[in-house]
Design a binder for this molecule. Structure first.
Ligand code: UDX
Length: 438
């Protein structure tokens, strides 16, 4: 059954969700407050790089099932379901800034004269949803006819379209059978493909998302701490991770060692959970999260210091080629990018840093330069740093790059390069946690 659905907020999540819901056969209107974004999206063009999204947007803006607007009047009493896909950025104390959610409710609610289901998708501290429902009901002419549900989002940048069309699970935080029935209609297609569904209360739904992100971040920091141990003990952390991953209770996912996690989700979401846990007096959880963060930040410093060591302790005036600026491969997102922390650290110590990334465009900034190719970045370099695991870096030809550099030293911060190939071409390849390779 075709529903009318609005998606409020057209960032990574909202844009992909809106296009995905149109692909499921629904009529969808996306809402944003930025005129240029709405204009671009109506022309079928995404405002970020995300595999497969352009195709989906083009197809459904053309089919007429998907459009975007600036005007809440277009959606208020039109939609059966309103999705809230707003950002919850970090406040200076680490807690989540809910002002976009509040502003949206203040704009939407006074226009809701008929009963409707509002579904939150943002990552929020536990306890947020009931407060938002109270605000909605207070401001909406439809009053108690407005029901809030919470459906956490698990999509990964770079795989956002696939994760939306074929989710590995759906979590429905609901308060009534009616809300559950509507959500099942929204997701009739993935449900017909036997996607597992968890139905729960609002608090559990809010917590599932934060727990998932924190658990994955913990896996990454755990393997990075083991990498430190391998480094001094002489082991190989990649072999260790493979062996751990074969234990079905552990799994290989998010156990890749290297520079650690960055991006718009993990760092802020785990800090927000720590703040909330402290507020609620559950300090054991915030202590665990603080350790995860300490290990994660240390990886960046460790790598930068390793680069300085490789150059004999002095990096001022040396040219450093940085391969990768995005926080991970498959995206142009540079929010809290480990790669840029390393670049800044070395620049602050006098290095001449040139960065290349296949997709990310850096805003003009003091310090390092962004160049248009690997060749440009590595020309005359004293050291090369592989910091984002773009596939194209894995297939570089070390023999072709060798004559361009001043010294053939490369640090593989993502442990993805094929060490024998680089060594055979005369390079010194360094990977933290594979001491034998030093
Ligand atoms: C994450 C969650 O995976 C997703 O479910 C949630 O909705 C949003 O946050 P995303 O930030 O897009 O998604 O990226 P993800 O692929 O999880 O990687 C996060 C960071 O961890 C990246 O910096 C990545 O390089 C790093 N990472 C990931 C590792 O260092 N090792 C790993 O094994 C996996």
């Amino acid at each position: 059954m075709t529903l009318r659905i609005s998606v409020i907020g057209t960032g990574y999540l909202g844009t992909t969700l809106a296009a995905g819901l149109a692909e499921f056969g629904h009529e969808v209107i996306g809402v944003d407050i930025v005129p240029e974004v709405v204009k671009k999206l109506n022309a079928g063009q995404p405002h970020m790089f995300e595999n497969g999204l352009e195709h989906l947007l083009e197809q459904h803006t053309r089919s007429g099932r998907l459009r975007f607007t600036l005007d809440y009047d277009d959606i208020a009493d039109w939609a059966d379901v309103h999705f809230l896909a707003l950002g919850t950025p970090e406040l200076p104390d680490g807690s989540a800034d809910l002002s976009q959610l509040h502003a949206t409710i203040d704009a939407l609610a006074p226009k809701l004269t008929k009963p409707a289901l509002v579904v939150g998708r943002s990552t929020v501290p536990v306890g947020t949803a009931p407060a938002l429902q109270e605000r909605l009901r207070r401001l909406a002419p439809a009053g108690d006819g407005i029901e809030l549900a919470w459906q956490p989002e698990f999509l990964r940048e770079g795989f956002a379209v696939g994760d939306t069309l074929r989710p590995d699970r759906l979590v429905f935080g609901v308060q009534s059978d009616h809300a559950l029935r509507l959500l099942k209609q929204v997701y009739a297609i993935p449900l017909s493909e036997e996607t597992p569904v968890i139905t729960c209360d609002l608090a559990t739904a809010e917590l599932i998302k934060q727990a998932a992100n924190t658990f994955l971040a913990t896996k990454i920091s755990f393997i990075n701490a083991m990498a430190q141990l391998c480094q001094v003990a002489g082991g190989d952390v990649t072999v260790l991770a493979d062996a751990l991953g074969l234990d079905a209770r552990i799994g290989r996912g998010h156990l890749s060692p290297g520079l650690g996690f960055g991006g718009g989700c993990f760092p802020k979401d785990i800090r927000a959970l720590a703040v909330r846990a402290d507020e609620l007096g559950v300090n054991v959880l915030s202590d665990l999260i603080k350790s995860v963060e300490v290990i994660n930040s240390a990886q960046r410093v460790e790598l930068a210091e390793l680069a300085i060591d490789q150059l004999g302790g002095e990096i001022a005036g040396k040219k450093v080629a940085v391969l990768g600026a995005a926080f991970k491969e498959g995206t142009d997102d540079t929010r809290d990018s480990p790669s840029l922390t390393v670049a800044d650290y070395l620049h602050d110590r006098g290095a001449i840093v040139e960065v290349y990334d296949p997709q990310a465009h850096l805003a003009p900034r003091d310090g390092f330069t962004q160049v248009g190719s690997v060749i440009e970045a590595v020309r005359d370099a004293d050291i090369v740093l592989h910091l984002t695991a773009w596939p194209e870096f894995r297939y570089l030809d070390p023999a072709e790059l060798a004559p361009l550099v001043r010294s053939k030293i490369i640090i593989d911060g993502r442990l993805k390069l094929h060490a024998p190939t680089w060594r055979d071409a005369g390079w010194k390849l360094v990977q933290i946690g594979r001491a034998a390779t030093l």
